[in-house]
Structures are given as structure tokens and as C-alpha cells.
Write a protein that binds this ligand. Structure first.
Ligand code: AHR
Length: 528
């Protein structure tokens, strides 16, 4: 029996915001071995594939119910010219990927290949158009190419390339990190461009875009304010359609500094705790951006999109520094679990989030071996798989009663237990994360407002926090069923150090009103 105990109180009958499934979004950039070697191997590869797309990667990712996939970048988006990636592959022009490894990109993976990948994954596409080095016309044409029915110049070009029907496309990004790799612009300069590019990114036929303006870095709330000012004054008058429906923000968890981020697998307790502090900071950071948005849009119709997040370590020794390939351990799993709790809490404004990145780059779901092609599911993958039950569920208030479970890190008091819960279809799911490095904790689940008929649980843990999966040991870290106890206060579960659990509670008859997720709410009733 562990020395430490805690109670997690869940008000199962008090509906909070809908947890959009899009908070579980992914990100695939033309960067290192994410697209090439990760998703795409080409039709002639000995690795089994469907039209060049790796079958094992698709199969593994389908288990996550990926809601959306962001592409083609990142920084790459602002030097990508979509026309280079259509038509016969042998005739596609080549380009230099200046941001990532300075390698030559042959454009084998382009629009049709990406949309085919999304269809295989059952995920909605989220495409970021080029603002940094493109033109308004280039962006407008790409939207037309993708979504326009009937006869029109771009629709005809699409048809000539083998696709008759337009695709369904909702999520449309207006550039990426314009304050940095996307053009080094001022907030005001970009806000004006976002209005312009957003205006010409048209809705064609019955396809309605959800335009996402490229947002702030980290704590830069002035950037968010500039974007909110740019839409607030357009929401009135005779033509109230907004040029964009959401603003993004990027926040990476860096345990060290940008120049010395530290190893993904070799780290000490101090490194670990700095990482947990950085991960926990995502909540105050998002709340600050939300506070600014609330001033301009108190009805919460404009969405916030965290379309890049996750851990960023030094690359694995011997790999290309521009490829951002890193291992993934239980520490990364802790970071993912903490973020997802925060997303559930803030789902009334947070529309979407995209972890960076899906395969072979940064905090990946999947790592593939360059030599053998072997595929490994990372600890972060398992957090996403275990937590997918929260997608499109209703968040319910969750409180951690554990005054002693606090760790002092520098001048910060960091709670070591985190939790969130949601209800859907007569079931309540409770996620629990014990970030303590040494101590197990016995958690009592005090579930109020519902009759409990049965409880099950799964646990992700490993003897060491640096435990990782490798081709030799692909299941060193994998979820398993966990034994539950019964105490006077409710169901109990023991969480080992640095572990993550999801409890599934049958609450027959409990249904909560479903509040539409923010991305389902149009910014104004008269908008197209
Ligand atoms: O995800 C890697 C890079 O990080 C992206 O290309 C860029 O947007 C961010 O700086």
C-alpha cells in the first residue's frame, strides 16, 4: 500500500464543454523522415503500401482515431508551392527544403497523395497555405483546386490529374509562424495579410472553410490581440463574414534551453522536473491567450488552435540535426497526458490541437527504423490511444484533492497528480497522471452525480521514466489492465511513479446535454 493517497472528485452530472475530437489532431511536415520514409515509401517499395503510403503506419494510426492531420508544415508550408506537387510524379519540379536538412525535395508526395492519406486514416485534412513566399492568387487557386465542383479552371486541372469530385476540406491554415520562419513579420503586418488571404480563400459549392490565422509563439499575447482586433471590427456592418474563424498558437515543451535542449533518453531528476514544469505551463499560457480573446469575443465564437505542441529534445546522436528525430520515453508520455488534461479543461475555447509530429519527428506517435523499416509505437502513442475515449465527449468538472502531492522545483510548487474526466454514452472516463518520480499514490475516485455499475482501468507504466520502445523491445512500454480496489470513498487505483491510467466507469442512464464544439459554431449567423 503506497504511503501517498489522493482523492479525485468528479461531478459526473455537471456538463462542461464538448471535448472536440480535433484536440487529438496530428501534424505531418516535409521534415526529416516524417513524410518520406514515415508515411510515404512510394509504390515500388518492398514495404507494403497502398499507392505509396505505408500500410503498417496507417494501420497503427487508425487505432488512434486521428481526427485531423495538419500538412505540409510548419516552416515548410511557407516555401511550398502546391502546383509543384500535382501531375505525373516524374515531371514534378524539385526544390530545396531550406528549413529542414537542406535536402532536395522531389515533390513525390503532394496534394493527391496527402488527401489519399487522410482518406486511409479516416482523418480530416488540415492544410496550411503559403503566405510567406506565396501569393494570394496561389492560395485561392489551391482552395479552388481542392474544393470546387463543376467546371472551373482549377477544378478542370484537378480532373485532368485524375480526381473528379472535389474533396471535403474544412481546416485551412493561413501560413505558419509568420513572426519567424514564415516571413519575420510584425503582428500588425501579418494580421492585415490574414484578412486578405482569408478573404480570398473562398468557400466553393457547399464546402465551408474554417480558416485558421497563424498565431503567436508561446506567451506572445500581443500577437493574439492583433489577430483579435483584426476580426473584431469586421463582425458588424452589412457584410459580417469573418476572414478567419480561429487563431493559432505554438508551444513546445523544452526541458533545457533552445540551444541545449538535452537528450530524449539520458536525463536526470532535475531535467525531468524542469520538463514537467514546462509542460504544466501550457495551462497558464493558453489561459492568457484565452483572456485576450475573451475581451474581443466574449461569446467564444473564434477558436483557439494549438497547432504545434510537444517535447523537443536534441536529435538522436548520429542523425541529421535538421531532421529532428528523437526517442520517446515515459517522460514524453507524462508530458502528453498533462497536456490532454489541460485541453479537456479549456475545450470551450480550444478548438483543435496538433502534436508535433506524427512519425519520426519530435514527439512522435510512431518511429520507423531507417534500415529495417520496423515500426514502433511510442509511449506517447499509448497515451493517445488510451485517451481517445474523451474525443467528442462532454468534459465534467474534476478536482484533485491532494494537498501533499506537491513537488518544489526551484521557486515553483508543482502538483504531482493530474486528472480530467468526461462523459459520453453512459460512460465516464477518468484520466489520471502521477508525475512523481519515486512515489506511488493510491487514488480514490469519488464520482458524484451518477450511479456506478462497473469500473475498469488500464495503466501505462514502466520501471524507469526513461523507458522507451525500440524495434528490439517494441512493447517495453504498453498499457495493461489494472487491478482496482474498493475503499469507503469509492473505487481505488494505485498509480506507480511516472504512470498514466484511464478508468472507465459505467454510469447507465447518465446523458449530458451536448454543447457543440467551438469549431461547429459559425462565427456569425449570417456567415456563409
Ligand atoms: O515542428 C517543427 C517546426 O517547429 C515547425 O516547422 C515550425 O512551425 C516550428 O517552429
Amino acid at each position: 500500500m503506497p504511503d501517498l493517497t489522493a482523492t479525485v472528485v468528479v461531478d459526473a452530472d455537471i456538463p462542461g464543454p464538448a471535448i472536440s475530437r480535433h484536440l487529438y489532431g496530428q501534424f505531418a511536415e516535409h521534415l526529416g523522415r516524417c513524410v518520406y520514409g514515415g508515411f510515404w515509401v512510394g509504390e515500388d517499395s518492398p514495404i507494403p503500401n497502398v499507392g505509396g503510403i505505408r500500410s503498417d503506419v496507417v494501420e497503427a494510426l487508425r487505432e488512434l482515431d486521428i481526427p485531423n492531420l495538419r500538412w505540409p508544415g510548419g516552416c515548410f508550408a511557407d516555401e511550398y508551392h502546391w502546383r509543384d506537387g500535382i501531375g505525373p510524379r516524374s515531371e514534378r519540379p524539385r526544390m530545396v527544403n531550406t528549413h529542414w536538412g537542406d535536402v532536395v525535395e522531389d515533390n513525390a508526395f503532394g496534394t493527391h497523395e496527402f488527401m489519399a492519406l487522410c482518406e486511409l486514416l479516416g482523418a480530416e485534412p488540415y492544410i496550411s497555405g503559403n503566405v510567406g513566399s506565396g501569393t494570394v492568387r496561389e492560395m485561392a487557386d489551391w482552395v479552388e483546386y481542392l474544393t470546387r465542383p463543376g467546371t472551373a479552371p482549377m477544378a478542370d486541372l484537378r480532373r485532368a490529374n485524375g480526381r473528379d469530385e472535389p474533396w471535403r476540406l474544412r481546416f485551412w491554415g493561413l501560413g505558419n509562424e509568420p513572426w519567424g520562419c514564415g516571413g519575420r513579420m510584425s503582428a500588425q503586418a501579418y494580421a492585415d495579410l490574414a484578412r486578405q488571404y482569408g478573404t480570398y480563400s473562398r468557400d466553393h459549392g457547399d464546402n465551408v472553410l474554417y480558416r485558421i490565422a497563424a498565431g503567436a509563439s508561446d506567451w506572445d499575447v500581443e500577437w493574439t490581440e492583433a489577430l483579435m482586433k483584426a476580426v473584431a471590427d469586421l463582425d458588424r456592418g452589412p457584410f459580417p463574414a469573418l476572414p478567419f474563424q480561429a487563431a493559432s498558437v505554438h508551444y513546445y515543451t523544452i526541458g533545457g534551453t533552445w540551444t541545449a535542449k538535452g537528450s530524449a533518453t539520458e536525463f536526470g531528476a532535475d531535467d525531468y522536473w524542469r520538463t514537467i514544469v514546462a509542460a504544466r505551463d501550457v495551462e497558464p499560457l493558453l489561459r492568457r491567450h484565452i483572456a485576450v480573446m475573451d475581451r474581443y469575443d466574449p461569446q467564444r465564437r473564434v477558436g483557439l488552435v494549438l497547432d504545434e505542441w510537444g517535447t523537443w529534445w536534441d536529435v538522436e546522436p548520429g542523425t541529421n540535426p535538421g531532421f529532428l528525430y528523437q526517442q520517446n520515453t515515459m517522460r514524453d508520455a507524462m508530458v502528453a497526458a498533462l497536456h490532454l488534461d489541460v485541453f479537456h479543461r479549456l475545450a470551450d475555447r480550444l478548438v483543435m490541437a496538433n502534436i508535433a509530429q506524427t512519425v519520426n519527428v519530435l514527439q512522435a506517435m510512431i518511429l520507423t527504423d531507417e534500415e529495417t523499416g520496423a515500426l514502433v509505437r511510442t509511449p506517447t502513442y499509448h497515451v493517445f490511444e488510451m485517451n481517445k475515449v474523451h474525443q467528442d465527449a462532454t468534459a465534467v468538472p474534476t478536482y484533485v484533492k491532494a494537498p501533499d502531492l506537491v513537488r518544489e522545483v526551484g521557486d515553483r510548487q508543482v502538483p504531482t497528480l493530474s486528472a480530467s474526466a468526461s462523459v459520453r454514452d453512459g460512460r465516464c472516463h477518468v484520466s489520471l497522471t502521477n508525475t512523481d518520480l519515486e512515489q506511488a499514490v493510491e487514488v480514490t475516485l469519488d464520482l458524484r452525480g451518477a450511479d456506478v455499475s462497473a469500473v475498469r482501468g488500464r495503466l501505462l507504466s514502466a520501471p524507469g521514466v526513461a523507458a522507451a520502445n525500440t524495434p528490439a523491445e517494441p512493447d517495453a512500454v504498453a498499457p495493461r489492465e489494472v487491478a482496482l480496489g474498493a475503499g469507503p470513498g469509492g473505487v481505488t487505483v494505485v498509480l506507480p511513479p511516472h504512470s498514466f491510467a484511464v478508468l472507465e466507469v459505467d454510469v447507465p442512464g447518465l446523458t449530458l446535454p451536448s454543447v457543440p464544439a467551438v469549431e461547429e459554431r459559425r462565427p456569425c449567423p449570417t456567415c456563409p
